[in-house]
Ligand binder design. Sequence first.
Ligand SMILES: [Ca+2]
Ligand SMILES: [Ca+2]
Length: 356
Amino acid sequence: MRIKSRLCEKDHGFFRKKHLYCLKLAFNEPLLDTMPNLQTCIRIVLMAAAGIAVSAQAETLQLSWQAVTQDTLGQSESAPLYYAIHIDTLPTFSPSPENLLAATTATSYTLPTQTGKNYFVVIRVYDSWGNASDYSEKAGSVPWVVGEVRLQLEGAYDAAGDSMRTILRQRDLLPLHSPYSAAARETETVPESTVDWIEVQLRDAEDPAVIRSRKSFFLDQNGYARELDGTTQLGLTGVGPGSYYIAVSHRNHLAVMSAQPQLLQTEASEAYDFSDDGARFYQNGGLELEPGVWGSISSDANHNGQVQNNDKNDYWRTQVGLSGYREADFNLNGEVQNNDKNDYWRRHVGRGTQVP
Ligand SMILES: [Ca+2]
Ligand SMILES: [Ca+2]
């Protein structure tokens, strides 16, 4: 109902006629709730839009779909029907008044877009009386899958609090752009619960050395990777539903990967949780941070997959005494100090990532 009234406010002009929902409001709502048959009987549900094609051109996006001609009972629906288009750049979006693009009686729509962005679309159909369809299946300008992942970083982990410290965020040291150039991303704000940026990668199930998709996300204090809008549902593009190894990379920790490929779909499934079992890490590449809690290993200042002498000599030694967002700040507290070397680097020197 709210969507419809918002549409009216926006003066799309197609709900000015007598609405069926007005009829519904004329009834006592609790009465309707107790009489679902009555509600069913007065509601006409249109077939959802199908066959949605989203085609990205140089500077435009072209949408098209099949005309709806029936309701769900098979009765024919006569024109005009109105297609309300919802659009967003995240494949995990939910349709709302905020992402309503337009309503049209046509079965196609063209809009200007920004090069390099991906777009995802959901359509809902209305008739002149305000009867609606369900939302359509989501369609995108690129294929995508959705996953969830949870990982603790050794450097930030606080065993006493069973969570990670957010000191870099508290001191306002986290950059507004991702530090991972291959997965460049910008944000306007960083949520208070953020530990740092991470990069999530999907790797080929047959050859895990091959990165099929990658994207930067926030890591929160409980270990959940989060989209910039806060959801833990991570949309990864360029690959369709299937099985992939899930790898997580951090700028000064050793990258980790799921022990086995994971089946991912276009809707979120259960989170892959590296935290609670060392067997969840590919080739046992994790570290037990406290009994029963596992995470990734700190001290790889130059992010080359190995904790070596040059991580100390070329980074820690040149940065010790400095504060800020530093490679050699192995415990992520905003300062490069002796304990970064003594408690982290010294403990792990000689170790390397197990991610190929
Ligand atoms: Ca290194
Ligand atoms: Ca430090």
